[in-house]
Design a protein around this ligand. Structure first.
Ligand code: 13P
Length: 260
C-alpha cells in the first residue's frame, strides 16, 4: 500500500461510529465478517466505536488484529457518584484505545458543551486514550456565514489548557451537522476549506508543528461511493463514518478507498 501523504506523517484514521446500534452478538458477527476483508491493511488506522455494552466483546474479537476499539463518550472524572457514566480509565481497562468526544448528537441532545468536551479531552489524554474530538456547524450557522466562527470557537475552547506534548495524540473530526445522517455530504472542497480553518486554530492553540501533524477527519454521510473523492483531498486525513459503517462490506469498502 502506498502512503497517501508521503510528505506528512499523518496516517489516516478510518473510524466507525455505531451510535446506538448493535448488541454484543451483532457486534461479534460484524467483526467476524469484517476482519478478513481488511486483513493486512495498514495504510490507515481502522477504529470501531460500538456502544459501551459491546466493548468487551469487540476488544476480544479484534485481539491481535489491525482494528482498534473506542468508546463513544466518557466522563471526565476517574470515578465517583455519577450514575450512568463511564470513565476514561474504565474504557482503557476494557481495552479501548480511542474515544469519540463532543459528537454533535451529544452536544445537541445531552447538553455537551465546549467546556465539558475540554474536560473530557484532558481526562482522555491523561488515561492515554486517543480522543476523536468532534466539531462542526449547524445548517443555520452555515447559512448565516458563521461556519468559520463556530469552528474556531469549538476548536479553541475544546483545546484550552491542553499541554502541547499530550495533544499530539488528539484526532479532530469535522462533522458538519447538516451532513450527518442526511445523505447530504460536504463537497471535498468545502470539507478541505473547513479543515484549513480548524488546522489554523490548532496552530494558534498548540503551535504550528502540532497542527501540521494533527489528523483531521471528515464525517457526515461518508459512503463507499464518495469516500475516494473526500479522502483524496490532502487536507482530509480520514473519515468518521456512521450509517455506512454498520455493514461490514460497506465499511471495508470505505477503508479501501483508492489513493491517488
Ligand atoms: P453518518 O455517516 O450516518 O452521516 O454519521 C456521521 C457521524 O455522525 C459519524 O460520527
Amino acid at each position: 500500500m502506498t502512503t497517501r501523504h508521503p510528505e506528512l506523517s499523518r496516517k489516516p484514521v478510518i473510524a466507525a461510529n455505531w451510535k446506538m446500534y448493535k448488541n454484543p452478538k451483532q457486534a461479534k458477527e460484524f467483526i467476524t465478517a469484517f476482519l478478513p476483508l481488511v486483513h493486512g491493511h495498514n495504510r490507515d488506522e481502522i477504529v470501531l466505536c460500538p456502544p459501551f455494552v459491546d466493548l468487551a466483546v469487540a476488544v476480544e474479537a479484534t485481539h491481535g488484529s489491525n482494528v482498534h476499539i473506542g468508546g463513544q463518550n466518557m466522563h471526565w472524572q476517574e470515578e465517583g457518584a455519577f450514575t450512568g457514566e463511564i470513565s476514561a480509565a474504565m474504557l482503557a481497562a476494557v481495552g479501548c484505545t480511542y474515544v469519540i468526544l463532543g459528537h454533535s448528537e451529544r452536544r445537541q441532545f445531552f447538553g455537551e458543551t465546549d467546556e465539558s468536551v475540554n474536560r473530557k479531552l484532558q481526562a482522555a489524554l491523561h488515561a492515554k486514550l486517543t480522543p476523536i474530538f468532534c466539531v462542526g456547524e449547524l445548517l443555520a450557522e452555515r447559512e448565516a456565514n458563521k461556519t468559520e466562527e463556530v469552528l474556531v470557537r469549538q476548536t479553541a475552547r475544546g483545546l484550552a489548557n491542553i499541554a502541547p506534548e499530550s495533544a499530539r495524540r488528539i484526532v479532530v473530526a469535522y462533522e458538519p451537522v447538516w451532513a450527518i445522517g442526511t445523505g447530504r455530504t460536504a463537497t471535498p472542497e468545502m470539507a478541505a476549506e473547513a479543515h484549513l480553518v480548524i488546522r489554523s486554530q490548532v496552530a494558534s492553540s498548540l503551535g504550528r508543528e502540532i497542527a501540521e501533524g494533527m489528523r483531521i477527519l471528515y464525517g457526515g454521510s461518508v459512503k463507499p461511493e464518495n469516500a475516494t473523492s473526500l479522502l483524496n483531498q490532502p487536507e482530509i486525513d480520514g473519515a468518521l463514518v456512521g450509517g455506512a459503517s454498520l455493514d461490514p462490506q460497506s465499511f471495508a469498502k470505505i477503508v479501501q478507498y483508492t489513493s491517488r
